[in-house]
Design a protein around this ligand. Structure first.
Ligand SMILES: N=CN[C@@H](CCC(=O)O)C(=O)O
Ligand SMILES: [Zn+2]
Length: 404
């Protein structure tokens, strides 16, 4: 990969923001000798990579949960904090109290940090409202970010992220199916908001398999792609359910069964692995090697949220290599083309191919592997972030850095 990547030039992007040609510099130079370019970037000694795709984030919320990090370091488990009213419930309380403008400001700032860490397409979930009013406020903030920022967004309705206080799981399921989803359908049809995916936290003590099935099927019926949290803390048979329902992707999967892995491979349902969460919560690692051997499409996500506060897909790839035993090539594919697949966007995103969207990174090293190897070093390595052929971020600090 590195040999042709080193030789392709990012200047060959058409006005529509799509890649016009990829190949040897001299061949391309001849082909386009008559063309004029707004800008030409000399990439000698650098690498050109596809923009990174982050297949799982929760970037819309208010309220600081840094105190919970201390609680976890002192031994509290994720579910203990959740059941005591912290975790998602804490964030729900603060997100309900925040205005749409406040949520949008926080979201834009976080998306900017993701972009500077090399992500050009990110999945963004709602899920800290749980009531219809706040879920819609979050989805509107995502919609406004989509039109006001350069980063690509795939938006996910995650109203079944937790059972809201005062409701049983059965009541919450009925509320989602009878009230939330019909309203979403109406807003989608009127063009007021775009929602691409439906998500449920399928977990013991949250939504069981049957409620998950009902919600996901109802979401699919209004045209949403199924992309949900499953088999994270307990084996739930989420993978089997996802395969049966035609899910596009399932995230986490630390506790997936062998049968679930086989079912996902057969159904071409992507596994979105989240190395920051397994690391932060000291969970057992998902079996990435087994999934790859069985032919599952393995993608990666940062899982950015108040529990796992990491924006950086380069760091996620590093953790996937060290803790999940993925190779650097596998991690790069998982953070680009496979993550695009998990979002239903691999026809247009995730690789440097003629006709695809011109989303790319230029890194200040002749070996692309440095982006993974230098843990936390991406801030100085990423020289340019380009979206639809336009330089969105140019990092002056890079020039002073050596190639290694
Ligand atoms: N597991 C459920 N949801 C998130 C955590 C959300 C939170 O703790 O605020 C996750 O994917 O890790
Ligand atoms: Zn999540």
């Amino acid at each position: 990969m590195s040999s042709w990547i080193n030789e392709c030039l990012p200047e060959h992007l058409a006005r529509d923001g799509c890649i016009k040609a990829v190949g040897q510099a001299d061949v391309i130079r001849n082909e386009f000798s008559e063309a004029t370019f707004e800008r030409i970037i000399d990439c000698s000694g650098k690498c050109v990579l596809p923009g990174l795709v982050d297949a799982h984030t929760h970037p819309v919320w208010a309220g600081d949960r840094v105190h919970e990090f201390a609680m976890k370091l002192a031994g509290a488990s994720y579910m203990e904090i959740h059941q005591a009213g912290g975790g998602i419930h804490f964030t729900v309380e603060h997100t309900r109290a925040a205005s749409e403008a406040e949520l949008l400001a926080g979201l834009q700032q976080r998306l900017g940090r993701m972009l500077r860490a090399g992500s050009t397409l990110v999945e963004c979930k709602s899920g800290y409202g749980l009531d219809l009013h706040t879920e819609l406020k979050m989805l509107r903030a995502i919609e406004r970010a989509r039109t006001s920022t350069d980063i690509g967004i795939s938006s996910t309705y995650c109203g079944a992220h937790a059972v809201p206080r005062g409701k049983t799981a059965a009541e919450a399921t009925d509320d989602i199916i009878n009230n939330h989803l019909p309203k979403l359908k109406e807003l989608k049809l009127s063009g007021e908001i775009q929602v691409n995916n439906i998500d449920v936290f399928c977990e013991k003590g949250v939504f069981d398999l049957e409620s998950t099935r009902r919600i996901l099927q109802a979401g699919k019926d209004i045209g949403l792609q199924i992309n949900f949290h499953g088999d994270e803390l307990h084996p739930m048979k989420s993978a089997e359910l996802g395969a049966e329902l035609g899910a596009r992707a399932i995230s986490h999967l630390e506790e997936v069964s062998d049968e679930g892995i086989v079912a996902m491979a057969r159904a071409k349902c992507a596994a979105v692995l989240l190395p920051t969460t397994a690391y932060m919560l000291r969970l057992k690692q998902p079996q990435a090697r087994k999934m790859l051997e069985e032919g599952v499409i393995v993608a990666l996500g940062s899982d950015f949220n108040p529990n796992a506060y990491c924006f950086s897909m380069p760091m996620v790839m590093h953790l996937a290599c060290v803790n999940m035993k993925m190779s650097m090539n596998e991690a790069l594919a998982a953070a680009t083309i496979n993550a695009a697949y998990a979002l239903g966007k691999s026809d247009t995103h995730g690789s440097l191919e003629v006709g695809k969207q011109g989303d790319l990174l230029i890194i200040n090293s002749s070996r692309w592997e440095h982006l993974i190897y230098q843990f936390g070093g991406h801030e100085a390595l990423i020289n340019y972030v380009i979206v639809k052929g336009k330089v969105i971020y140019e990092n002056e600090r890079c020039e002073a850095m050596g190639s290694y």
